[in-house]
Design a protein around this ligand. Structure first.
Ligand code: SF4
Ligand code: SF4
Ligand code: SF4
Length: 351
């Protein structure tokens, strides 16, 4: 019989090997979740167990659900691509691109498809904070990209244990969505102490080329090296390989992402999913003009939500241009190849 693995194995095989995506899936799945036994240490950017404590024998929920131990299997789905804009002026103003995510969630809340939405808001000074948004004002708080890790799946436990929600939308980067897929498939009836897998109704994935260490990118690079007052920053945006930093309409800084590559999280360098393959709907800004969102409908349920939001006038949409679809496919391929190459490079280095 194969020996049962536990958090110590997760540490050795994933966290200390620089593979952790900081998705928060292990924390949400921990058997001792009610005691907040496993949590994310954001200063170290890694999951940690309570100091001096021992895991119960024969546990290992965290290990078996981690998507970096074993990837979930991709289920066959759709790939319908659209150029989308919110029809809500307040949402469009607050959002980075077309406001598609916020408007789709607003529709899902208004129609009682979900009771709450797990999103990432700003805790202040561009520190990401997982929140459970229950209304449009809460959704608007999470508008815009942050580019630092949030451990989004910890929000599942908050939504269910703190708010007692039965139907929830999860918005996250592709790693978070693949972690949830593991929770859903592997965790169901076996490894998931709270069986959270039945509570997530809608999964929205965000296009992602990588996240950066908060301490290194925000504090060290932007604040100390470039003298940016982070409290004044109103928007961070990476587009076409350039990081733009704004206060209102004024651009404070723009740098090629090559310059910040050293601040990228190690766990992101082995990541192969750009476009959120494990979502019902994935959304990003690549492939469409400024002020619009690229939306990929991936499941029948995603299509139902998308078409409902369209019919009820929350969004407007048209099929994406061929050039936009080609760009998204190129980025998907490039990220997959880069992730595989980095894994191979690390394996060779170990030999
Ligand atoms: S990748 Fe996710 S599940 Fe795996 S160790 Fe990191 S935070 Fe936990
Ligand atoms: S899931 Fe089990 S093995 Fe993992 S940290 Fe929690 S108690 Fe320990
Ligand atoms: S690059 Fe991958 S691991 Fe990193 S945040 Fe994006 S989806 Fe997650």
């Amino acid at each position: 019989m194969e020996e049962k693995r536990d958090f110590g194995d997760l540490e050795r095989e994933v966290i200390e090997k620089g593979k952790c995506a900081l998705c928060g899936g292990c924390v949400a799945t921990c058997r001792l979740l009610d005691y907040r036994y496993l949590s994310v240490d954001f200063s170290e950017e890694r999951p940690v167990i309570k100091e001096g404590q021992q895991c119960p024998p024969d546990c290992g929920y965290c290990y078996y659900q981690c998507p970096r131990v074993e990837k979930p299997e991709l289920r066959a789905g759709l790939e319908e691509m659209y150029e989308v804009a919110s029809t809500d002026e307040e949402i469009r103003k607050a959002c980075q691109d077309g406001g598609a995510v916020t408007s789709l969630l607003a529709y899902a809340l208004d129609e009682a498809i979900v009771e709450g939405c797990i999103t990432v808001a700003d805790k202040g000074e561009w520190k990401p904070e997982v929140q459970v948004a229950r209304d449009k004002a809460g959704l608007i708080k999470s508008a815009g990209s942050r580019y630092t890790p949030a451990a989004t799946l910890t929000g599942i436990a908050d939504a269910i244990l703190d708010y007692d929600l039965q139907s929830v939308a999860l918005v996250g980067t592709p790693c978070g969505l693949s972690s949830y897929e593991k929770m859903f498939v592997v965790g169901k009836d076996t490894h998931n102490a709270h069986n959270f897998s039945s509570h997530i109704k809608l999964r929205i994935g965000l296009f992602c080329m990588g996240t950066y260490s908060y301490e290194k990118l925000i504090k060290e690079y932007l604040e100390r090296e470039h003298g940016v007052n982070i409290k004044e920053v109103t928007k961070l945006q990476i587009s076409e390989d350039v990081l733009h930093v704004y206060t209102g309409d004024k651009e404070l800084l723009s740098v090629g992402i090559d310059e910040i590559v050293d601040y990228k999280r190690d766990g992101c360098k082995v990541c192969e999913d750009f476009a959120g393959l494990f979502s019902d709907i994935s959304v990003g800004n690549n492939g469409t003009p400024e002020g619009k969102s690229s939306v990929i409908v991936r499941t029948d349920f995603g299509k139902k939500v998308f078409e409902g939001a369209l019919e009820r006038g929350y969004i407007e949409a048209k099929p994406i241009d061929k050039s936009g679809a080609d760009l998204i496919h190129r980025l998907m391929k490039a990220k997959k190849e880069a992730g595989i190459a980095e894994k191979e490079r690390r394996m060779k280095k170990q030999k």
